[in-house]
Design a binder for this molecule. Structure first.
Ligand SMILES: C[S@@+](CC[C@H](N)C(=O)[O-])C[C@H]1O[C@@H](n2cnc3c(N)ncnc32)[C@H](O)[C@@H]1O
Length: 303
């Protein structure tokens, strides 16, 4: 099906839809480096400007709209007000495009935390907004490790199926399990996932294989934990460090931090996916992305 992609970033979500056989015909992001990465790997249909400067008529007709909308504006303090909050304009832009294009399906991805904002009231209001556009709307938290990604990453996927078009959607069944139960293969360990990559300190031709020298800490916080090579990595994030960069997970050797390439591998990007921009920008693009393998599992349920 033809897909329009908003907040596309480096293209993790889009790559999964492409792998599932869908055709991305239009994409948008305001972040120049991410747009360059997107163009180099997914296609030239990326329009790099703010979604606020995009008119409905600029967006082509499509069967699916996808997008991981930023959610900074959702206040936990006052739910009713939070949905009218000016900072929530980005979410409203996604609603606007869905209202204008009336796709058969939409898929909106977000952090798990959105489910518990204001004791679930924020998510409820979002689901009501989408339902009022004429969609049967579902939301489910999926763990990337259950779909073969060497990372425990829980994200909520809101999927809408057009009532008028008689569409329906079922979430993908896991392909992996934590302990191998259910006859499924076990979660993939981060040590195994990275075992094929050369040492970044030795001469090599692997692109984006430089790494942050930010000092290792072991205080239990995100990015400062001991990594167990036999388990999937903790969530890769785009959170900042105290030097204006991004906090990067330790390599499973626990002797250094992961290179951009290693982090991209933990996010299930293929080895030939090339990232553009400074090292910090590349880490950020990777941390922001939906793991392509997880996106693929979600996308192939849409026929
Ligand atoms: C969570 S990231 C999306 C990652 C993407 N789904 C992926 O899988 O790689 C959210 C994106 O929203 C973009 N964004 C923020 N404000 C925007 C705006 N006003 N117009 C367009 N894009 C915007 C950011 O630049 C960022 O790339």
């Amino acid at each position: 099906m033809k897909v329009v992609s908003l907040f596309s970033g480096a293209g993790g979500l889009d790559l999964g839809f492409k792998m599932a056989g869908h055709e991305i015909i239009w994409a948008n992001d305001i972040y120049e480096d991410a747009a360059e990465t997107y163009k180099a790997n997914i296609g030239p249909h990326m329009v790099c400007k703010s979604i606020f400067d995009v008119a409905d008529s600029d967006v082509p007709e499509c069967g699916i709209v996808i997008g991981g909308f930023p959610c900074q504006g959702f206040s936990v303090a006052n739910t009713k007000r939070s949905v009218d909050d000016g900072r929530n304009q980005l979410y409203k832009e996604l609603v606007r495009v869905i209202r204008a294009k009336k796709p058969k399906y939409f898929v909106a991805e977000n952090v798990k935390g959105i489910c518990s904002l204001a004791k679930g009231e924020v998510l409820k209001l979002i689901l009501e907004d989408f339902s009022s556009l004429g969609y049967k709307v579902q939301a489910k938290i999926l763990n990337a490790a259950n779909y073969g990604v060497p990372q425990v990453r829980q994200r909520v996927f809101i999927v809408g199926a057009s009532v008028e078009a008689g569409a329906s959607y079922e979430y993908p069944a896991p392909t992996h399990s934590a302990d191998g139960s259910g006859g499924l293969p076990k979660w993939i360990g981060v040590g195994e996932a990275l075992s094929g990559l050369p040492d970044p300190d030795l001469p090599n031709a692997v692109p984006n294989h430089g790494y942050s020298k930010y000092k290792l800490r072991f205080n239990g916080y995100i990015g400062h934990r001991e990594i167990d090579p036999l388990k999937p990595a903790p969530t890769v994030t785009a959170r900042g460090d105290d030097k204006g960069g991004v906090v990067v997970l330790h390599h499973p050797s626990n002797q250094r931090r992961m290179s951009c390439r290693e982090l991209a591998t933990v996010q299930s990007f293929p080895l030939d996916y090339e990232f553009h921009g400074t090292r910090s920008s590349v880490y950020r693009q990777i941390g922001n992305a939906v793991p392509p393998l997880l996106a693929y599992a979600v996308a192939r349920q849409i026929k």
